[in-house]
Design a protein around this ligand. Structure first.
Ligand code: NAD
Length: 374
């Protein structure tokens, strides 16, 4: 076999949700001769994976799929990943099997994986940094990880050949692999992903409290507020586990945040115009300098804002142009609240490429202004 040839062999995906399902699709696409076996505790989800053609076969228990697997990818919520590692370490696995995971935290998982490595098996922690606030195999897609960072956390004594082999197995993700230490991983993802989830949830709680005595808040929140808190719609199961796994980092960040909020409280109470201006201006500068095209750790949303006149039939007019050019959209809605955000019609796409094509298409057929809101 030449380097770069598709691999053959058996791949077990444990946890057939959004991430497990998407990884299965990517592997099958790149290595069509590989047999993809799926295991999920939720039998309905497993059957759906078969029906959607995401896996070739499903097994009823972990052992059946694990003992002759060449690659085992665990994509359950993070606390369950620990449990799966423990169960796998008690099974007679193939000697050259690679075991990896897709969990959003790494320190606890890598610690647990000692039970595998002390038996001579290879474990390589992994985290494909793309996703969606949707869950379940029905949301799985092979383009999910395209151009996203895929963090791997091999130990100093992990077999280098196995790391390369894992990257070949995962080539179909079209992701950019980076190697980091587990503690580095947890701190970075804590700052840019886990902590923002806590804040998004807290903003929604605040709006909910307000809605108890002011019903208008729900309607007004339908615009920008709904967008900036979109991540609060992610799976509570998953985020409970991630928060508990990354507890130390989150506690540290919460303390720093409280100190910062105390500073902001002071600035406002003292009406300190310069400090308030600096606070916003420094945040704007740093945010404006962030790469636009890079996929980061929080799922990106490819929204296009179109400044259309609000008349009956405008949605079908726009969707008609997009259909003509065969551009798929995932969502389309009219905004009622337009403050601070450009455009009244918001169209969401699956990829940056689709959004760019749509923008060109709308500009070609109409004279409506468009913006990506970036
Ligand atoms: P999901 O809810 O879509 O899927 C998880 C699947 O695991 C479900 O089908 C569930 O039935 C199954 N499962 C739970 N316990 C199990 C067990 N004991 N044995 C077998 N299967 C079990 O979740 P997801 O979004 O695919 O996330 C999976 C993992 O990927 C998590 O560890 C998460 O931290 C990580 N991750 C998620 C994202 C994201 O944006 N969703 C991004 C990167 C990484």
């Amino acid at each position: 076999m030449k380097a770069g040839d598709p691999l053959k062999g058996r791949v077990l995906i444990v946890g057939l949700g959004l991430i497990g399902g998407s990884l299965a699709l990517c592997i099958k696409h790149e290595h069509p001769q590989a047999k993809i076996i799926g295991y999920d505790i939720n039998k309905k989800q497993a059957r759906l994976a078969i029906m959607l053609g995401v896996v070739d076969e499903i097994v009823d228990d972990l052992e059946m799929g694990a003992v002759d697997a060449d690659l085992i990818l665990i994509a359950t919520p993070v606390k369950k990943i620990e449990k799966m590692i423990e169960l796998l370490s008690q099974l007679p696995l193939k000697k050259r099997v690679i075991i990896s995971d897709a969990g959003s935290t790494k320190m606890e998982i890598v610690k647990k994986a000692v039970s595998l490595t002390e038996k001579g098996y290879t474990f390589i922690g992994g985290h494909p940094m793309a996703g969606s606030h949707k869950s379940g195999v029905q949301a799985a897609k092979s383009i999910l990880f395209e151009n996203a960072f895929y963090l791997l956390t091999p130990e100093a004594d992990t077999d280098k050949e196995a790391v390369e082999r894992l990257k070949v197995w995962l080539k179909g993700t079209k992701a950019k692999f980076l190697q980091v230490l587990p503690q580095e991983h947890d701190y970075l993802t804590g700052v840019i992903s886990h902590f923002p989830h806590v804040i998004a949830a807290s903003l929604v709680h605040q709006a909910e409290r307000t809605s108890q005595h002011q019903s208008l808040v729900t309607r007004l929140a339908a615009g920008g507020f709904r967008d900036i808190t979109r991540i609060a719609s992610s799976s509570p199961d998953m985020w409970r586990d991630i928060s508990l796994h990354n507890k130390d980092v989150l506690l540290q960040l919460l303390t720093e945040w409280q100190e910062e909020m105390a500073r902001v409280t002071n600035m406002l109470a003292n009406e300190n115009e310069d400090d308030i201006f600096q606070y916003f201006s420094q945040a704007k500068r740093f945010r404006d300098e962030m790469p636009v095209k890079e996929k980061g750790a929080i799922p990106a949303f490819y929204d296009l804002f179109v400044d259309v006149p609000d008349y009956p039939g405008v949605i079908s007019e726009i969707t008609g142009y997009l259909a003509k050019e065969k551009i798929n959209l995932t969502n389309i809605r009219i905004r009622e609240t337009r403050e601070e955000v450009f455009g009244i019609l918001v169209i969401s796409f699956q990829t940056e490429e689709d959004r760019e094509r749509a923008e060109k298409c709308i500009r070609h057929y109409t004279n409506y202004d468009t913006s990506t809101g970036i």
